[in-house]
Write a protein that binds this ligand. Structure first.
Ligand SMILES: C[S@@+](CC[C@H](N)C(=O)[O-])C[C@H]1O[C@@H](n2cnc3c(N)ncnc32)[C@H](O)[C@@H]1O
Length: 204
């Protein structure tokens, strides 16, 4: 399947899912991906400019507003319906956009934090996606990606087969290599739960 066809199929899939995405048992699962990021941001006392790439219905951004109202929040997602759901629950100061991770609608060197949860496996050009995350991060800023990572490799294979729009789930080592390849430094990885690993790196 061509790359633009996969992106377009993902957009349609998530547009259809958006009205039901906040179903609470599913959000229990999603909160596991948000936890490590919120722990990091709790330590941040000074206001930061934060972008959530593939922000979905804005649940992570909503949790960040509870931590510190002074952060300047931005979100972007391929699905305009996901963005519309996010808009309903976030303060008007949060800036939300529809856009593709492969070509982000932001200037270079803009954000202190660039966040990404449970979305990276949907990207058709993962190196290009990480280059874009890196481009919009300020020097000294941090990229934090919480991604699917099951303890057992066969679960990756099964998920890739079954989940619509799933392109590739990376192993922990592959994710680290992508970060190294993008020129990120001080790379730290940690397991959140049985099915998620967070990788973070600093742009120098
Ligand atoms: C499983 S949801 C995760 C949403 C959110 N990050 C969360 O933690 O709930 C995956 C999200 O990735 C978005 N997405 C998929 N492909 C994308 C792309 N090429 N560019 C930007 N967002 C994309 C989808 O629209 C969807 O909202």
């Amino acid at each position: 399947m061509g790359k633009s066809i996969i992106v377009s199929a993902n957009r349609q899939f998530f547009d259809r899912w958006a009205p039901h995405y906040d179903w609470s048992p599913f959000q229990w699962w999603m909160r596991k991906f948000h936890r490590a990021i919120l722990t990091e941001l709790k330590r941040k006392q000074t206001p930061a400019i934060i972008l959530d790439v593939s922000c979905g219905t804005g649940e992570l951004l909503k949790s960040i507003t509870v931590l510190n109202m002074k952060h300047r929040l931005y979100g972007v997602d391929l699905s305009s319906r996901m963005v519309a759901m996010a808009r309903k629950k976030l303060p008007t100061a949060a800036k939300l956009f529809s856009g593709d991770v492969h070509q982000l609608p932001f200037r270079s060197n803009t954000f202190d934090y660039v966040l990404n949860t449970e979305s990276f496996h949907h990207y058709v050009e993962q190196e290009q996606a990480l280059r874009e995350l890196n481009r919009v991060t300020k020097p000294g800023g941090k990229i934090i990606i919480s991604e699917l990572n099951f303890l057992f490799w066969p679960a990756h294979w099964l998920f890739q087969k079954l989940e619509p729009g799933c392109v590739k789930i990376n192993s922990r080592k592959e994710m680290r290599e992508l970060f190294v390849g993008a020129g990120l430094r001080h790379i730290v990885q940690s397991r959140n739960f049985l099915f998620s690993v967070t990788t973070e790196g600093v742009k120098l």
